[in-house]
Design a protein around this ligand. Structure first.
Ligand SMILES: NC(=O)c1ccc[n+]([C@@H]2O[C@H](COP(=O)([O-])OP(=O)(O)OC[C@H]3O[C@@H](n4cnc5c(N)ncnc54)[C@H](O)[C@@H]3O)[C@@H](O)[C@H]2O)c1
Ligand SMILES: [Zn+2]
Length: 387
């Protein structure tokens, strides 16, 4: 049985267990031998989670809290919480936005860590979305050849995607995420209350990755998303707890099977991303948020799969309706020349020897890696999904 089949088949009882626990706190364990770690999920539970973190980390006496500038109030709340635990803390504020994933910010963090006498036993605590998580995680992986790292993700995307799997890194002006390291956190504390202040567009963008998990691995989860779209859009605590926990479980299962992207299994997480990355690159990362580009990318990939007879038109309709229902774009409304998109797809980091490889669905809950996809099919699926 394929990986997707094994994961979606083997996880049913866990899924039901999750549904039954309601909005109680959930824990997802990421199994990676000695690098295994828990993801704690709950609402209004940050102080408890920090307490749990301290019990997990031996000799935690010093925290370097690296936070997004928009999360200063959360960082402030940490001062007292850490003090109560007997942990000395230093704070580093990072300007919000992708530009901060750069050598200059990284070097500033290293300098400040040195100044505040961070040592091998210090723990880097990242508070923010994927930008701060990736940057702080990379700083943690390199300072004194690696110090411990805890994530407090604050965007939906970082809760369900970037905080699971251990990829950390920064950008160079010419290439995104080109410098980095695999560095697993020791714990991830998810407090869904932090999502209350997240702008609607950012929140909806994170939903695209959640739909992706349903399409690639779990038909039952996909149905749950269809039936609960209203509560999800309204950030209902119960729905949030379930969709975040299930998404983390699904990503964790894939990561556990292919931690360093060596066996190819992790590639299924790239569903919709070859099209999506090309859309982001050809619009200079300024028009669409990542999840929005991925939503259009999944629609294009889904269209291609339907044309090729790999999955049914009905499955494609369900995917499109769900994405639309979650207020995500499903058509390209920028006049990007198809040839530019195609060329960006060919130079995507995940493309091997210029051969187009796509993750395509066979049915909701199952995908296949397809190599050597014809350019004319790709062109057709781009042009069929324009506004
Ligand atoms: N490491 C991985 O596996 C992985 C996976 C996916 C994406 N990423 C990376 O993640 C980054 C994108 O992450 P993101 O989408 O979380 O964006 P982000 O970190 O830029 O956050 C988006 C915006 O929301 C603001 N914000 C964050 N939390 C908030 C809150 N609770 N309330 C109000 N505002 C808040 C931020 O200041 C920022 O303006 C990219 O750099 C991408 O490469 C990494
Ligand atoms: Zn993504």
């Amino acid at each position: 049985m394929s990986l997707a089949g094994r994961l979606s088949g083997g996880s049913k009882s866990e899924y039901l267990k999750l549904i039954e626990t309601g909005n109680m706190d959930s824990t997802v364990n990421v199994s990676l031998a000695e690098r295994s770690y828990p993801i704690w999920i709950g609402t209004n539970v940050l102080a408890n989670q920090l307490h749990q973190t301290q019990q997990l980390l031996s000799h935690w006496k010093h925290a370097v809290v690296i936070h997004d500038e928009h999360l200063a109030s959360v960082a402030n709340q940490m001062v007292g919480a850490l003090e109560q635990l007997g942990v000395r803390s230093d704070f580093i504020k990072i300007p919000s936005g992708e530009k901060s994933k750069c050598v200059e910010q990284l070097s500033m963090i290293w300098e400040q860590m040195l100044q505040c006498k961070a040592d091998r036993k210090s723990v880097v605590v990242a508070i923010g979305g994927g930008v701060v998580g990736d940057l702080a995680g990379f700083a943690a992986s390199t300072y004194m050849r690696g110090v411990r790292f805890v994530q407090i993700p604050t965007t939906l995307l970082s809760m369900v995607d970037s905080s699971v799997g251990g990829k950390t890194g920064i950008n160079l002006p010419a290439s995104k995420n080109i410098i980095g390291a695999f560095w697993q956190p020791h714990a991830v504390c998810i407090d869904t209350r932090l999502l209350n202040t997240l702008p609607e567009r950012e929140y909806n963008s994170g939903l695209a990755e959640i739909v992706k998990y349903g399409v690639i691995l779990d038909a039952e989860f996909f149905s749950y998303l269809e039936s609960n779209a209203f509560g999800i859009l309204n950030r209902d605590a119960d729905a949030l707890n379930k969709i975040i926990a299930r998404s983390c479980e699904l990503k964790a299962s894939v990561v556990s099977a292919d931690e360093r992207e060596t066996t190819g299994l992790r590639a299924i997480l790239n569903y919709g991303h070859t099209f999506g990355h090309a859309i982001e690159a050809t619009t200079a990362y300024g028009t669409y948020l990542h999840g929005e580009a991925i939503s259009i990318g999944m629609t294009m990939a889904g269209h291609l799969a339907a044309k090729a007879g790999m999955w049914t038109a009905e499955d494609l309709r369900r995917q499109t309706d769900l994405l639309r229902g979650l207020k995500l774009p499903v058509v390209l409304n920028e006049p990007i020349p198809t040839i530019d998109l195609l060329s960006a797809m060919r130079s995507d980091k995940k493309t091997e020897h210029g051969e187009l490889q796509l993750i395509l669905p066979n049915r909701i809950g199952h995908v296949t890696v397809v190599k050597g996809v014809s350019e004319s099919d790709v062109i057709q699926s781009i042009d069929a999904n324009r506004a």
